[in-house]
Design a protein around this ligand. Structure first.
Ligand code: ADQ
Length: 468
């Protein structure tokens, strides 16, 4: 029998575990990813609970313990998965918060489901939080939780962290639910964003759209009830030492060499690793590479490219569309430039274990991270962590990571001509220049790792002023 009240409660759309089959039984397995690692270290030695959806629609399984954490599944019906998760979260908010790269769709039914599910999360958090506990809410799927939870439990400290960008008010104001979401967030004591610009966008939206209802001073917003909420940047990071150690193991080093060998020992190896999402700029990257192979500035026999495109949100039309565009382009490049058994592009549409990811990072001479908009982009940081003083990072200016990794080869992915020149610069830079850049970036990610991020968020939350 485990406890029923906790000093720290994490609320995220998903639990940190996946249901997987092992032989003929199904078991919970820890999901890969930085957030889980970060939270694990924060939860150690604390009374922690995590609430989230299990990933399977229908009745929620009973609460259970895993890795010293108490996990409380939240039920979502099939309709709620369609309306709250695929609809409002990923059909309205995701495109709107990523510069409307594809047009967002707004449906009143989706908004109602979002509110209902956010209430359910708030009620579960209210039940589990001990007196004066800390509740840390994550991401765009749960923006109304702070307000609903505040109504139920005025005693708890509420923090919210946005993993994705917060849009400029000119875009945000398209959202029919804009006031509800802003009021939802203002139930928190502290709101963490990836970049200062995101925090400023939020503050500007409060000032411009809520008018007399709130008072905005500096990074503080006071709502109608007199409660104060602070908004600031707390950029997320990775388990840098974990990745660096993994990358330097003999097994991963050997696998990296083997990957290059399997590709025919190319002179240069380029790599892209993304969820297959229209925000990640995969099409723009492929266009640049296709032109370079065609013009001969890249030689398809000596320069190879691996694109890992992790399956994502496959039931949504926009994702089916980007998948078919990416796959057509890869097919066209390989059709035009392959020799027998040696295509220039290796396209991998599946998930990989950590070691295999690390081996790909180690193997690659140049990493291409070219999103059109990205909250942070952890892949860029992982690549840096996996390299001692070799490698080069081409990084889009539209990622949160660009604010921190200034020594990368920065590019504007919309500008194909310059992106091509940037890729060439990264490929041809003298060793000494590449080494200097990588060392500086490595220092940055070692100093600011995920543990540092989580501690900073929690200490900012602890001291956030509640009164004006
Ligand atoms: P994502 O959009 O999912 O995250 P990202 O930050 O790059 O993007 O994180 C992806 C993670 O998944 C990385 O750790 C990567 O190594 C891993 N991964 C990707 N493909 C994989 C594969 N095929 N197999 C195994 N692992 C794979 C959201 C926001 C980002 C923000 C993060 C964290 O969109 O902007 O950086 O949250 O806040």
């Amino acid at each position: 029998m485990f406890k029923d009240k906790f000093d720290l409660v994490i609320a995220a759309n998903r639990l940190p575990v996946d249901r997987v089959r092992e032989g003929n039984r199904s078991v919970w397995r820890r999901s890969p990813g930085g957030l889980v690692t970060a939270m694990e270290s924060v939860m150690r030695g604390r009374d922690g609970a995590w609430i989230g959806w299990s990933g399977v629609p229908g009745k929620a399984p009973a609460a259970f313990e895993q890795d010293d954490m108490c996990l409380h599944p939240i039920a979502l019906s099939s309709d709620e998965v369609t309306d709250y998760y695929e609809g409002f979260s990923n059909g309205s908010l995701w495109p709107l918060y990523h510069d409307v790269i594809v047009p967002p769709t707004f449906r009143r039914r989706w908004q109602a489901a979002y509110e209902k599910v956010n209430r359910r999360f708030a009620e579960a958090a209210a039940d589990l939080a001990a007196d004066k506990a800390t509740v840390w809410v994550h991401d765009y799927q749960l923006q109304q939780v702070p307000q609903f939870l505040r109504e139920l439990r005025p005693d708890v400290r509420i923090g919210w962290f946005n993993h994705i960008p917060f849009p400029p008010v000119e875009l945000f104001m398209q959202l029919p639910a804009r006031d509800s979401l802003l009021h939802g967030l203002l139930g928190a004591d502290f709101l963490g964003f990836q970049r200062r610009t995101d925090a400023q966008n939020f503050l500007r939206a409060c000032r411009q759209l809520l008018g007399e209802d709130v008072a905005v001073r500096g990074d503080l917003v006071q709502n109608g009830d007199g409660q104060v909420c602070r908004a600031a940047a707390v950029p997320i990071s990775i388990d840098t030492r974990g990745m660096a150690e993994l990358a330097s193991t003999p097994k991963v080093q050997a696998r990296a060499a083997e990957i290059r060998e399997q590709l025919g020992n190319p002179e240069k190896l380029l790599l892209g690793v993304d969820r297959l999402d229209y925000t990640k700029g995969i099409r723009h990257r492929l266009k640049a590479l296709e032109e370079m192979y065609r013009e001969g500035s890249l030689n398809s026999a000596c320069t190879k490219f691996i694109q890992v495109a992790t399956p994502s949100r496959e039931r949504l039309e926009a994702y089916q569309h980007i998948r078919s565009e990416v796959e057509q382009t890869v097919g066209r490049i390989n059709g035009e430039h392959s020799s027998f058994g040696a295509p220039p592009v290796t396209y991998l549409h599946r998930s990989f274990p950590r070691e295999e990811m690390a081996a790909m990072f180690v193997a690659a001479d140049v990493m291409l991270v070219t999103p059109l908009r990205d909250g942070m982009n952890l892949v860029a940081k992982e690549y840096v962590a996996a390299h001692d003083d070799s490698g080069a990072l081409v990084l889009s200016e539209f990622t949160g990571a660009a604010t921190e990794l200034k020594q990368s080869y920065l590019c504007n992915p919309h500008d194909i001509a310059r992106t091509k020149r940037t890729i060439t610069r990264a490929l041809e830079a003298p060793d000494e220049e590449r080494r200097r850049r990588m060392r500086a970036m490595r220092r940055q990610v070692l100093r600011h790792d995920v543990q540092h991020w989580a501690e900073r968020f929690l200490s900012d939350l602890a001291v956030a002023p509640r009164q004006p």
